[in-house]
Structure formats: structure tokens, C-alpha cells
Design a protein around this ligand. Structure first.
Ligand code: NAD
Length: 308
């Protein structure tokens, strides 16, 4: 198949590109490299350095008959979305609409979309949250991702464009960018390896559902064959607090420093955890990498990067 992967130079997208190419698919990437990196690029992929909201997207669709669009390009930083909701919506909503219009015009057969289970539900009422949990996002980022899900439904109903939207939990693993505000695992690893202070926000008891990137990649492979239109959580169904993440990484990096707590971040979600029953039932998907093993693999990656 010929597959467009938007955001294919980024953390999650680049792993998906590698897996699709490994399976023999032809992959084209659209990425503006705002947070993605050349070093993540698979040499067998064709790359267009272009914004998803750009008019040039049309020429790219016209020149390539894509079977599938796997859409991972986004402004994905919750705090940035709060600071600049107009920019967030410009990329995440208008950029996505630009892509979807082209998918319809150029008869793409399916869209795979990266939504967020960490942000669309808002402060959860039940744990773990399944896909029918109320959606009251507490950030512009969560709102734009939910809006895209609604547009996917609309494009399917009105234009017959099939889709699958994955609501990812907190993803971690090799290639995660440690320099942004998002991605506590990568941020802690880098700080601990450099002997810098890794600050835990507030009491560190806020929980997330941490899923290893390779597990998501398997779901994105299964999505190629999946027939029905679906919204599906992908996580582990387990809650882990930030203190626990810090303690694992403190040991795995060999830093063995004191725990440092800073101010709690205003408005930060307290708990998040996703039910993954639906992913098991409709995709036959389960996460396979335990947290301790995934963190060890991630630390190993950062150590190798540093020694290169
Ligand atoms: P990332 O920042 O590494 O990847 C995003 C990629 O999109 C980057 O390569 C970036 O350069 C590119 N990009 C950004 N804006 C663009 C634009 N306007 N035009 C073209 N390319 C653009 O982030 P990631 O963690 O790999 O996230 C990938 C997707 O998964 C995002 O849509 C994100 O919202 C979603 N997601 C991530 C997580 C997580 O925990 N990392 C959780 C839920 C959902």
C-alpha cells in the first residue's frame, strides 16, 4: 500500500513509518520539522518538508495516489495550547481539515488518526475511562483533538471516508523529544543523565497511563486491515504516579539523586487511566511491554544517543 504518514519525523510517527516500511509498504511523509527531526527519518521514505495547513498539500496528494493517511502531525503540547489556542487550532483543526478535504478529493481509502485519551475526557469520573466516558477536555489541545474526531465522523457519514481514531494514553519510548514541556519520561531521563535537577511538579501523586511506543506501533499496523470505523483507547489500563516514574528512572540512569518537588502546575489533570477492553475486543490488541522494561529500553536508547 502507499501510505501518507503526517508527522513521520516525530517521535511516534517515525516508529510507525519504520514498521510500515518493514512490512513492505511505500511511505510518504509530510512534516514541517517544528518538533520532528531529520535523525528520525527512515531513508526509504519520501519526505515533503511542508506544513499540513499549507496549499502545497494538495499538490502532494495530486502527485501520489495514497491508499491510507496515517495522521500524526500536530501541535501536541498541552501547555502551549493553553498559551496560544489560536496556533493550536490552526495546526490541529485547520491542518487536519486541509488533509481531510484532500483525502476525499483524491479518494484515500482510510484515515488513521492520533487522538488523545489523556486529554479528551478531562478530569475523569470513572477509572479506567472507556470510550463512552463523557468528554469535557480541560485544554485547547484536548478540544482540538476531540473536534478532529467529530470531523472524522462527519467525513465518514457524508463522504464515506473510513477512519479509525486512536485515543493514546501517555506515550513514552526511544526518540521522544526531551526538550519540550510534554513527555515526562524523556525530560527526566535527560536531566538525570546530565546531572541537572529533575523537578517533580507538586506532590508527584498525579497519575497517568504510560504506554510504550512499540505497543502503539502494533496497533497502527493492525489498523491497516481493520474494516470498521472506530474510536479506540490505547493504553495499559494501569495508573502510575510521577514519583514512581522518577524513582524508576533515578535508578535506571544511575543518577541516584534526591527527589525534588516544585510548584504544582495550575490546572494540571490529577489522574488519567484508560480502559483498553475495546482495543482487545475489536483489534485483538494488548500492550506487551511492562513499564519497567519499557523504561529500561528508553534509558538504554538515550545512553546510546549520548555516547554517539
Ligand atoms: P512529535 O512532536 O514528536 O510529533 C509531531 C510531528 O508533527 C513532528 O515531527 C512535527 O515536526 C510535526 N508537525 C507539527 N506541526 C506540524 C505541521 N503544522 N505540519 C506538519 N508537521 C507538523 O509528537 P508525538 O509525541 O510523536 O505525537 C504524535 C501524535 O500523537 C500527535 O498528533 C499527538 O497529539 C498524538 N499523541 C501523542 C501522545 C504522547 O504521549 N506523545 C499522546 C496522545 C496523542
Amino acid at each position: 500500500m502507499k501510505i501518507l504518514v503526517t508527522g513521520g519525523a516525530g517521535f511516534i510517527g517515525s516508529h510507525i513509518v519504520d514498521a510500515y516500511i518493514e512490512q513492505g509498504h511505500e511511505v510518504v511523509i509530510i512534516d514541517d520539522f517544528s518538533s520532528g527531526s531529520e535523525s528520525n527519518l527512515n531513508p526509504k521514505a519520501k519526505v515533503f518538508r511542508c506544513g499540513i495547513q499549507d496549499d502545497r498539500v494538495r499538490d502532494i496528494f495530486a502527485g501520489n495516489q495514497f491508499d491510507i493517511m496515517n495522521h500524526h502531525a500536530a501541535q501536541m503540547d498541552v501547555r502551549k495550547s493553553v498559551a496560544d489556542p489560536v496556533f493550536d487550532a490552526g495546526t490541529n483543526v485547520l491542518g487536519t481539515l486541509n488533509l481531510l478535504q484532500n483525502c476525499v478529493e483524491y479518494k484515500v481509502k482510510k484515515v488513521i488518526f492520533s487522538s488523545t485519551g489523556g486529554a479528551v475526557y478531562g478530569e475523569q469520573e470513572t477509572f479506567p475511562a472507556d470510550e463512552s466516558h463523557p468528554t469535557w477536555p480541560l485544554s485547547p489541545y484536548g478540544i482540538t483533538k476531540l473536534t478532529c474526531e467529530k470531523y472524522l465522523f462527519y467525513y465518514h457519514q457524508v463522504f464515506g471516508l473510513p477512519y479509525i481514531a486512536f485515543r493514546y494514553a501517555n506515550v513514552y519510548g526511544p526518540r521522544q523529544n526531551p526538550h519540550g514541556e510534554a513527555g515526562v519520561v524523556a525530560i527526566f531521563i535527560e536531566k538525570l543523565m546530565r546531572g541537572e535537577k529533575a523537578i517533580i511538579n507538586g506532590d508527584g501523586l498525579q497519575t497517568r497511563d504510560y504506554v510504550f511506543v512499540a505497543d502503539l506501533v502494533r496497533a497502527n499496523l493492525k489498523a491497516l486491515e481493520h474494516e470498521a470505523c472506530d474510536v479506540i483507547n490505547l493504553g495499559t489500563g494501569k495508573e502510575t504516579d510521577v514519583n514512581t516514574i522518577f524513582r524508576y528512572l533515578n535508578e535506571l540512569t544511575g543518577a541516584n539523586v534526591e527527589e525534588n518537588h516544585g510548584e504544582a502546575k495550575l490546572g494540571e489533570q490529577l489522574r488519567s487511566c484508560l480502559s483498553i477492553k475495546r482495543a482487545g475486543a475489536v483489534l485483538d490488541w494488548q500492550p506487551e511491554i511492562e513499564l519497567s522494561a519499557g523504561l529500561a529500553r528508553t534509558v538504554q536508547y538515550f545512553k546510546e544517543e549520548e555516547s554517539e
